[in-house]
Design a protein around this ligand. Structure first.
Ligand SMILES: [Zn+2]
Length: 452
């Protein structure tokens, strides 16, 4: 038996690690997995002791949110350099969020033309739009829907009120799709921001206090109750506080579908410890808080977290600096640093870091977005999406990043693993030094089935 390609290393499968393992690939698919002497192949990639993990699924990217659809190109290029083989792309595109079939087709075409990696798509509804188009979008393969309940722009990031949240949740329940939410109560955020701004203080902690935990938790709780009533799956896309996960857990115990996601920056940064050094560079919403990191790692350890994401934004440094912390753009680039940052943190918290990457950055997001087992696993029959992590000590240098913005709050951080190769559907796209994939290779990945 001879294969097109064999990739050797410590292979992280859903059943556990295989040291001295190999993966045999024909075309775009994994055909066999084993240990010991690898089978014959036209091409052999031997990565020695390095870990071969399933290609990362970044559960939250904003490639189109600032640059419009052309943003898919730099974001997906950075993705493959960071071991990400599938982006789950948010619907809040500039200038109009993905809420119609016409916009859906335009984005699918942009993925085909511009993306180095595969892309699954969130859809949304505009304020007051009825739910009819959600059925068409679901049929066409969007993996989930997403809304915000706190307006940061009337068209691009509008607020969806509770009655419309409920209607969308009822549609999602029928469709078997999750509804994701940006979870901050608008009135609390607005009044607190006004109050903190009036004090004239400027710091990351002040931004954090302007969007208190109560704003996040109140929006989360209301949404969970609406979803429970509708029988829908609530997915909270960024939880910055352990209590958020406790709310979800109590709903799950009550038989409801409730999942939550952490962006990696909530696990790495702390408003008190890093606020002065990073300031607006690490301004995100909900904010980086003080003293919550360790408790969030505990939620990962106890498997109460569905996935880890970057919330990657293609925002330029000019949007961040020069003005008040309250006027600085919220968001960070992070798709290229996501996997090494999470790996490093997991290792520092005595977890099996390669297994944690495979679980929280591949298997669990693949299940949530209906891509499993085509995506998210090193398994026979799955797409040959692979990332190779080499152990060592590597200082992250954003000037060498591939995201087109070249700044990062992770700049200068030491990571304990580096992505030295990435394969998307069997195609070697990143070799640790340069991008060898093509921007017309990425495909739109439709949702395969309901939640599993
Ligand atoms: Zn986001």
């Amino acid at each position: 038996m001879s294969y097109e390609k064999v990739v050797c290393g410590t292979v992280i499968t859903p059943e556990g690690p295989i040291s001295g393992g190999w993966i045999a690939i024909d075309g775009e698919t994994i055909r066999a997995i084993g240990t010991g002497k690898p089978p014959q192949a036209s091409q052999v990639h031997d990565f020695g002791q390095s870990w071969i993990v399933p290609g990362g699924i970044d559960a939250q990217t904003h490639a189109g949110s600032y640059l419009g659809l052309p943003g898919l190109e730099p974001a997906s290029r950075a993705a493959v350099c960071g071991g990400i083989t599938t982006m789950i792309e948010m619907p809040f595109d500039n200038p109009i969020p993905l809420s119609t079939m016409e916009l859906f087709h335009a984005k699918v075409q942009a993925v085909k033309d511009l993306s180095y990696c595969d892309v699954a798509l969130y859809g949304t509804c505009a304020p007051q739009q009825d739910t009819a188009e959600m059925y068409n979008l679901a049929k066409a393969g969007v993996c989930a829907f997403k809304i915000s309940v706190c307006e940061s722009h009337p068209v691009r990031f509008p607020r969806i009120p509770a009655d419309q949240q409920l209607a969308m949740l009822q549609a999602c329940a029928e469709l078997g799709l999750p509804l994701g939410i940006h979870n901050e109560d608008q009135e609390i955020v607005r009044s607190h921001t006004q109050r903190m701004r009036a004090t004239g203080q400027e710091s990351l902690q002040v931004h954090s206090e302007s969007r208190p935990e109560a704003a996040e938790l109140a929006a989360t709780a209301l949404f969970l109750e609406l979803a429970a009533g509708a029988g829908a799956q609530a997915h909270i896309v960024h939880i910055s506080t352990p209590r958020g996960f406790e709310l979800l857990e109590s709903y799950r115990k009550g038989g409801h579908q409730a999942t939550g996601e952490i962006c990696v920056h909530y696990l790495i940064f702390d408003a008190t410890d890093d606020g002065e050094r990073l300031g607006a560079l690490i301004k995100v919403n909900p904010p980086i808080r003080s003293g919550t990191r360790e408790a969030l790692w505990e939620k990962i350890r106890s498997d109460n977290v569905q996935c880890i994401s970057s919330d990657h934004s293609t925002m330029s440094l000019q949007n961040k600096l020069g003005g008040s912390i309250f006027d600085a753009g919220p968001g960070v680039p992070g798709i290229e640093s996501l996997m090494p940052a999470f790996f490093t943190g997991a290792e520092a918290h005595d977890m099996d870091a390669a297994a944690a990457v495979a679980r929280f950055m591949a298997e669990k997001p693949a299940r949530l977005f209906g891509l499993w087992p085509k995506k998210g696993a090193i398994a026979v029959g799955s797409d040959a999406d692979l990332a190779v992590l080499q152990p060592g000590r590597f200082v992250y240098d954003s000037s060498k990043a591939h995201d087109g913005v070249n700044w990062s709050p992770f700049d200068g951080q030491t990571f304990t693993a580096k992505v030295v190769s990435t394969f998307v559907r069997g195609n070697h796209v990143w070799n640790g030094a340069e991008v060898i994939g093509r921007k017309d290779f990425g495909q739109f990945v439709p949702r395969q089935h309901g939640p599993s």
